[in-house]
Design a protein around this ligand. Sequence first.
Ligand SMILES: Nc1ncnc2c1ncn2[C@@H]1O[C@H](COP(=O)(O)OP(=O)(O)O)[C@@H](O)[C@H]1O
Ligand SMILES: [Mg+2]
Length: 194
Amino acid sequence: MVPVQLRTRSAEQTAEVGRRLAALLEPGDVVILAGGLGAGKTTLTQGIGAGLEVRGEVTSPTFVISRVHPAQQPGRPSLVHVDAYRLGGRVELDDLDVDAFIDDAVTVVEWGEGVAEPLAADRLHVHLVRAAAASGRDEQVLDDPDGQEGRLITVTPVGSRWGGVPLRSALAPETSSVAPETAQTVQERNAARL
Ligand SMILES: Nc1ncnc2c1ncn2[C@@H]1O[C@H](COP(=O)(O)OP(=O)(O)O)[C@@H](O)[C@H]1O
Ligand SMILES: [Mg+2]
């Protein structure tokens, strides 16, 4: 499936991507977040939590590996927020017992790449990278007096669950905070590969 690429220019915009993503998420969905320290994984998860209207503050868990945020409204999915930073692999993921929650919850796994795939055949992979790192330049940092930085966010759907889901229009309905030409380029590259 075609990845969707977005560019955000502030933490608030990254959280907004999470809120928009939340509108598409259903019980049983798994979102795997990748990207280095400070890339914005927790910020995006906070947006997802806000969009799902779950209880409790979504934070970077220091001592906990996973946290369940129950839904405020009955019938809506809870959020299972996992930080897999210190997890080595499948065995440890099993130990978390998230399987018990997964069907009724939206499960978001930070540092989940290479760890959380066995959780679900259908999933969204979200990769966040500092725009400066992506371009190999640090001009973004230099012309950024507020300390807000660009992030390049790539959302890749995996599995039939996401077939026909209008990810692009849901995540980037307008062009103000995103770079449609970038998304276009990705689409063209993929089309050229076929
Ligand atoms: N465009 C942006 N998107 C996300 N975070 C940003 C952005 N610009 C600046 N930030 C800041 O970068 C930090 C990201 O931290 P966090 O979301 O905890 O990252 P991670 O969970 O990937 O380690 C926050 O302090 C946030 O305010
Ligand atoms: Mg984090």
